[in-house]
Design a protein around this ligand. Structure first.
Ligand SMILES: [Mg+2]
Length: 229
């Protein structure tokens, strides 16, 4: 019987893209840099590339922050803004922005009445702590695991081992991982021997070798599956 839900937060519960787009525009405005409307998508790709390298263990979390702006500025030929200056304007702004997806908070409250909910998130401690608290998520869930604090990131087995070891009575067969990322959430669940639900609201094609147990596009579908686990 299902008791524990390990739940991703960004783009599963919170609309990370909305926060990110707003913070990046704020930073470019701050430095008086003008770029065309392709920028949010280009930045998203640069950032995602860095996080994937981090998930594969190729770079440290600290290296992500200058590198993503190097990639962005190289793309547009911007050479007037030092990468870490961009980071120092962008990141504190991002810390203040947390937008729940439509229906996400109701979903979270409903599942938290029946199961123990643990947030599992790759990110900077300060950013995620602030966003989880300003959205009220920290008041609803039973625990929060942020990669920077854990010392390992999803999908590393050591991240999940830390989670398992710190939850009283945890059993893999009484747990499920829910998240939007095949490479961090679902691969992580596979690595840890925990069942997975891939939250895929945009209907993205799975081009990886990762195999989710369930694929859903709405919170309702998740709620329909949970009682059968
Ligand atoms: Mg996510």
């Amino acid at each position: 019987m299902l008791r524990y839900i390990l739940l991703d937060v960004d783009d599963t519960i919170l609309d990370f893209r909305k926060s990110q787009d707003e913070a990046i525009k704020y930073m470019l405005d701050y430095f008086g840099v003008f770029v065309d409307e392709s920028m949010p998508e280009v930045y998203h790709e640069c950032n995602a590339k860095c996080w994937r390298a981090y998930e594969r263990g190729e770079i440290s979390q600290a290296e992500i922050f200058p590198l993503r702006f190097k990639l962005l500025f190289d793309h547009y030929g911007i050479d007037t803004v030092p990468y870490m200056d961009a980071e120092h304007i962008y990141h504190p702004k991002l810390d203040t922005l947390a937008y729940p997806r439509d229906g996400a908070m109701d979903f979270l409250r409903e599942i938290s009445a029946r199961y123990q909910i643990y947030i599992i998130t790759n990110g900077a401690m300060k950013t995620q702590d602030m966003r989880l608290s300003s959205s009220g998520i920290d008041q609803i869930v039973d625990g929060i695991y942020i990669s920077e604090r854990v010392g390992y990131s999803k999908p590393n087995i050591k991240f999940f081992q830390t989670v398992k070891d710190s939850i009283d009575g945890f059993e893999e067969n009484e747990a499920v991982v829910i998240g939007d990322s095949l490479t961090s959430d679902i691969r992580g669940g596979n690595n840890a021997g925990i069942r997975t639900i891939w939250y895929n609201p945009k209907g993205v094609e799975n081009t990886t070798d990762v195999r989710p147990d369930y694929i859903v596009s709405t919170y309702q579908e998740i709620m329909d599956i949970l009682p059968n686990l």
